[in-house]
Design a binder for this molecule. Structure first.
Ligand SMILES: [Ca+2]
Ligand SMILES: [Ca+2]
Length: 210
């Protein structure tokens, strides 16, 4: 399974089919907070954010180098800005992680006898991903469907990242695997996911679920 000729066949097939390792659509959510600030008047505050990458809002990315030099790897950076009027906590999580088989050819079935019946691709499990804050990796995961919640949970355990109105932070993602980490069981497999950025108002009370 790990010999170079089979690896080259795998890579060629992956490239020919145009099968990318994953597609991440940066998504973002808006939260609005209103609160009373004095006895005789109401002041409305806002919680809002922009997510920019290369000047485009929520630019998505594609893992399009799968198989190149036998490796999968790459990175992406977004600039997150608090465009509201209140300080808020930045949360990041993965959502909608989907690993698909996209059919099972003979080599894949040989490596993965249950390919036709389980409908769950193996690619995400061999992709290691780190999420960074201002250039430093802060949480890590694989892109296995079963690990979807790990980024959110680990991010939630960080010292809260509070963004003041107008403040910008840089959130990145880098991912990699190596040719020794996978075989024909990932032929034609794909993984897709969303990265969700949220700002939530700082209030007294329970820690929000991420
Ligand atoms: Ca499978
Ligand atoms: Ca598979």
């Amino acid at each position: 399974m790990k010999n170079m000729s089979k690896k080259r066949v795998l890579i060629s097939i992956l490239l020919l089919l145009g099968l990318v390792g994953g597609v991440a659509a940066g998504t973002y959510a808006y939260f609005t907070a209103t609160r009373t600030t004095s006895a005789n008047r109401f002041a409305a505050g806002t919680i809002d954010l922009n997510v920019l990458s290369n000047g485009a809002a929520a630019e998505s990315f594609v893992l399009e180098v799968l198989g190149e030099n036998g490796n999968i790897g790459g990175s992406k950076v977004w600039t997150v800005k608090n465009v509201g009027t209140l300080p808020a906590r930045l949360l990041v999580r993965l959502k909608n992680v989907v690993n698909d088989e996209n059919g099972c050819n003979d080599p894949e079935t040989e490596a993965e006898p249950n390919c036709a019946s389980d409908n769950l691709g193996e690619l995400g499990a061999v992709v290691n991903a780190n999420v960074s804050l201002d250039g430093t990796d802060v949480v890590s995961t694989t892109l296995a469907t079963a690990q979807q919640g790990k980024v959110g949970t680990d991010w939630n355990a960080l010292t809260p990242i509070i963004m003041q109105p107008g403040e910008e932070r840089t959130v990145g993602m880098n991912w990699a695997t190596d040719e020794a980490a996978y075989g024909n069981e990932v032929q034609s497999d794909s993984v897709g996911f969303d990265i969700e950025f949220r700002l939530i108002q700082q209030i007294s009370g329970p820690t929000p679920t991420n």
